[in-house]
Design a protein around this ligand. Structure first.
Ligand SMILES: NC(=O)c1ccc[n+]([C@@H]2O[C@H](COP(=O)([O-])OP(=O)(O)OC[C@H]3O[C@@H](n4cnc5c(N)ncnc54)[C@H](OP(=O)(O)O)[C@@H]3O)[C@@H](O)[C@H]2O)c1
Length: 241
């Protein structure tokens, strides 16, 4: 049977590159589109037809996630792979000695931490019906408490650390059912997450996505019952939680 995958935050960057990579690997792909119009996704839809379903998706909204579930669950009976990729950065300048924007921080938490949980919890029935049962949370090295060196980036770092904890909790919950969670830092990637192209970054979105999909392929060939919840970078190097 053809494998199916769902990628959130597929408008651009790593998410769009993951969608392209999965289509190239013959997956049936559900792509969560956040912005109203995304020409790249429309072009992919023209090229791949039924193999790509583009769904409007705001992971910060209960209703939007429920609507995505309603549509996707009519189109597939199982989901092999859910990649929680969508995220926002928030302020990266203020330290504890500066004014902090709590309203914005709650928005970042709602997207980065609760958005992933909304998706994972909602789509878990479909995921657990598949053979693969693989949940991939795109986190960041910025979520590592052990290796924290920053003194700002409050919302982002805390939201990703909480995502890491969430990943462990979900892993513990689904391991008895044959599921597993892989937490991935995608590397330093040339995307627009900081509001403008981060041209100094070391990886293109395509390079990052290709490496992540290699990690996925390797995990799919292993016995999930034996697996721990891993926190690795795009090259597969273990990170400190
Ligand atoms: N770039 C890096 O160096 C780096 C490093 C470490 C970790 N990461 C992680 O990698 C992942 C991908 O980031 P990226 O670098 O590719 O940045 P990006 O291009 O900004 O991608 C983030 C995606 O999330 C979407 N999004 C924003 N708010 C959303 C919402 N409420 N619901 C659903 N989707 C939403 C964005 O849509 P719009 O573009 O339409 O706003 C965009 O498609 C993120 O989880 C990020 O934290 C990136």
């Amino acid at each position: 049977m053809k494998k199916s995958a769902f990628v959130t935050g597929a408008d651009r960057g790593v998410g769009l590159a993951l969608v392209k990579g999965l289509l190239n690997q013959s997956y049936q792909v559900f792509a969560g589109q956040y912005a109203e119009e995304v020409p790249q996704l429309a072009e992919l839809k023209d090229a791949y037809g039924e193999r790509l379903q583009v769904l409007r998706l705001d992971i910060s909204s209960d209703d939007s996630v429920a609507e995505a579930w309603r549509i996707a669950s009519k189109q597939t009976e199982q989901l092999d792979l859910l990649i929680n990729n969508g995220a926002i950065l928030g302020d990266i300048g203020a330290s504890v000695l500066d004014p902090l924007n709590y309203t914005e921080m709650m928005d970042v938490f709602n997207v980065n931490t609760l958005g992933s949980l909304r998706m994972s919890q909602t789509f878990m029935p479909l995921l657990l019906k598949s053979d693969s049962k693989l949940l991939v949370n795109i986190s960041s090295e910025a979520g590592s408490i052990g290796d924290c060196y920053r003194e700002s980036w409050y919302a982002y770092c805390m939201s990703k650390a909480a995502l890491n904890m969430q990943s462990k909790l979900i892993h513990n919950g689904i391991k008895p059912h044959g599921g597993r969670v892989l937490v991935v830092h995608p590397g330093w990637v040339q995307t627009y997450m900081q509001g403008k192209l981060d041209a100094g970054a070391t990886l293109t979105p395509e390079q990052s996505a290709a490496s992540i999909l290699q990690l996925v392929a390797a995990r799919l060939s292993e016995d999930a019952a034996e697996a721990d919840c891993e926190y690795v970078d795009y090259a597969g190097n273990a990170l400190n939680w």
